[in-house]
Design a protein around this ligand. Structure first.
Ligand code: AMP
Length: 422
C-alpha cells in the first residue's frame, strides 16, 4: 500500500508487534497455561473483543478508572455503543448467562487467553493493547474450589520457573457483613481524618474499603492500626477464611495475610488475593483475583458463586526474559540438497521425517554447499544434513554439527530417530 507523503506506517501508540524472542516467550507461556489448565479440567473460552458498553459499566463499575477514563469505546455504524474489552471476566460472565450455562448448579471451569485494551497513560510495561490469561470457576462456593484454582495458578507459575512468589490473601466479607466493618472503619478514619488525602475523603463516603489500598504514602501511614475486615466477619465468612488457610498450608502454598488487600465493588465477596513476585521489585503484584459471588446475578444471571484471577501476559513474558534470558529456540536441522535431483529427494525425505514428528527445515534456495552452510550458521541451526550425489548413492546423509564443527554419516533410515522430535 502506498502511503505517499505520510511516510512509513507505524504501529498505533501503545500497541506493538509481537515477534522474535518476545513472541517465543508468549508461546511458551500460553502452551504451559493450556497444558496445566487442561489437566485441572478447565476449558478454553474465547469471547468477542467487542462488547456492549453496558457489560463493563455494570461489572467493572462506572466509578472505576477503567470505565471512566480508559475504555476504547465508540459508536459503530449501526449506532451501537461498543467497547474493545478492557478485561475478560465481564465478557465471560455475559457469555455464560447468554448461553444459559449456569442454569444448573454444576461447576464450570473456564480459562481465556487474549488481548485487552485500555487507553492508559504510557509508561514502562503498560500498553494500550495487552494480553491476559485468566481462569474462572463458576458454581462452587467452597474454600476448596479456591485452593484448587490457586494450586493450579502456582503450578503454572512454578512450571515457568518463577520461584520467589508470595501469595497475599484477605477476606472482604459479604455485603451483609460489611456494614459492621465499615462503621468501625469510619470511626477510625474520622479520628484522624486530616492525615488522609482528598480522594480518601471521597472514598470514605462512597466506597470506604478503597481507603485501605490508597497509594498515597501519607494515607498508608495514617492507616497504621486500622480495624481489620477479618475481625468483623460474619461466622460463615470467618469459617471460610480459616478453612482456606488450612488448605493452603496443607497443600504447601505459602501465603501471608494482607489486611489492606481489597476489591472495591459490592459483588466481590470473601477471598481477595494477589501474587507478588520478588523478581519484579519491592511489593510488585504479578496478578490479582478473588471471589465474586455477586457478579452473575448483578448481570441478571442466576445467583452463581464464582472465583477467578487474571495475569498480565506482557509482564510475565518480560519477567521470563529477565530471569531466563532469550527464549530457548533451537533450530534443529537444515537439510541441504546439492543439485536438482537431490532437491526432490530431500523434499520427499523431509516429508517422511515430518510425519514422524521430526523438526527439520529444507534449504530450498539451491545455493550450493558453501553458501547453504553459511546460512545454517547465521540462522543458528544445530546441524546441517547434506545430501549430495555420493550420499544419495549410499543411502546416507552427511551430518555436520555446526557448533562443534564435526561431521558424521547417518544412514537415511536412522535419521528420524536421531533427529529431535517436536
Ligand atoms: P487488572 O485487570 O487491572 O487487575 O490487571 C491484571 C493484570 O493485567 C495485571 O497484573 C497486569 O500485569 C496486567 N495489565 C493490566 N493493565 C495492563 C497494561 N495496560 N499493560 C500491560 N499489562 C497490563
Amino acid at each position: 500500500m502506498a502511503l505517499g507523503s505520510f511516510g512509513m506506517a507505524q504501529s498505533v501508540k501503545g500497541t506493538r508487534d509481537l515477534l522474535g524472542n518476545e513472541m517465543k516467550w508468549f508461546q511458551r507461556i500460553e502452551d504451559t497455561a493450556r497444558r496445566i489448565f487442561h489437566r485441572h479440567g478447565y476449558e478454553e473460552i474465547r469471547t468477542p473483543i467487542l462488547e456492549e458498553i453496558d457489560v463493563f459499566k455494570r461489572s467493572v463499575g462506572e466509578s472505576s478508572d477503567i470505565v471512566n477514563k480508559e475504555m476504547y469505546d465508540f459508536v459503530d455504524k449501526g449506532g451501537r455503543h461498543v467497547v474493545m474489552r478492557p478485561e475478560n471476566t465481564a465478557g465471560v460472565v455475559r457469555a455464560m448467562i447468554q448461553h444459559k450455562l449456569l442454569a444448573t448448579s454444576d461447576p464450570r471451569l473456564l480459562y481465556y487467553i487474549g488481548p485487552q485494551f485500555r487507553y492508559e497513560r504510557m509508561q514502562a510495561g503498560r500498553y494500550r493493547q495487552f494480553w491476559q490469561i485468566g481462569a474462572e470457576s463458576f458454581g462452587v462456593a467452597t474454600p476448596e474450589s479456591e485452593a484448587e484454582s490457586l494450586v493450579m495458578l502456582f503450578d503454572f507459575l512454578n512450571e515457568l520457573g518463577l520461584r520467589h512468589l508470595k501469595l497475599s490473601i484477605n477476606s472482604v466479607g459479604t455485603p451483609e457483613s460489611r456494614p459492621a466493618f465499615q462503621a468501625a472503619f469510619r470511626a477510625f478514619f474520622e479520628a484522624r481524618q486530616e492525615a488522609f488525602c482528598g480522594d480518601c475523603h471521597r472514598r470514605i463516603a462512597q466506597n470506604p474499603l478503597r481507603v485501605l489500598d490508597c497509594k498515597v504514602p501519607g494515607c498508608q501511614t495514617a492507616l497504621e492500626g486500622h480495624p481489620r475486615i477479618t475481625d468483623h466477619l460474619d461466622e460463615a465468612s470467618r469459617a471460610h477464611h480459616a478453612r482456606l488457610k488450612v488448605l493452603l498450608e496443607a497443600l504447601g502454598v505459602p501465603y501471608e495475610e494482607n489486611p489492606r488487600l481489597v476489591r472495591g465493588l459490592d459483588y466481590y465477596t470473601r477471598t481477595a488475593f494477589e501474587v507478588l513476585s520478588a523478581d519484579l521489585g519491592a511489593q510488585s503484584a504479578l496478578l490479582g483475583g478473588g471471589r465474586y459471588d455477586g457478579l452473575v446475578s448483578h448481570l441478571d444471571g442466576p445467583p452463581t458463586p464464582a472465583f477467578g484471577w487474571a495475569i498480565g501476559l506482557d509482564r510475565l513474558a518480560s519477567l521470563m526474559q529477565q530471569l531466563h534470558g532469550d527464549a530457548p529456540a533451537p533450530r534443529p536441522a537444515l537439510l541441504i540438497p546439492l543439485g536438482e535431483a537431490a532437491a526432490l529427494e530431500a523434499m520427499a525425505l523431509a516429508r517422511k521425517w515430518w510425519a514422524e514428528g521430526c523438526a527439520v527445515q529444507v534449504d530450498t534456495r539451491g545455493q550450493g554447499l558453501k553458501k547453504a552452510l553459511q546460512t545454517a550458521n547465521r540462522l543458528g541451526f544445530a546441524r546441517a544434513l547434506i545430501l549430495g550425489d555420493g550420499e544419495r548413492e549410499q543411502g546416507v546423509v552427511a551430518v555436520k554439527d555446526l557448533a562443534a564443527g564435526t561431521q558424521e554419516t547417518w544412514p537415511l533410515d536412522q535419521v528420524a530417530q536421531r533427529l529431535s522430535t517436536v
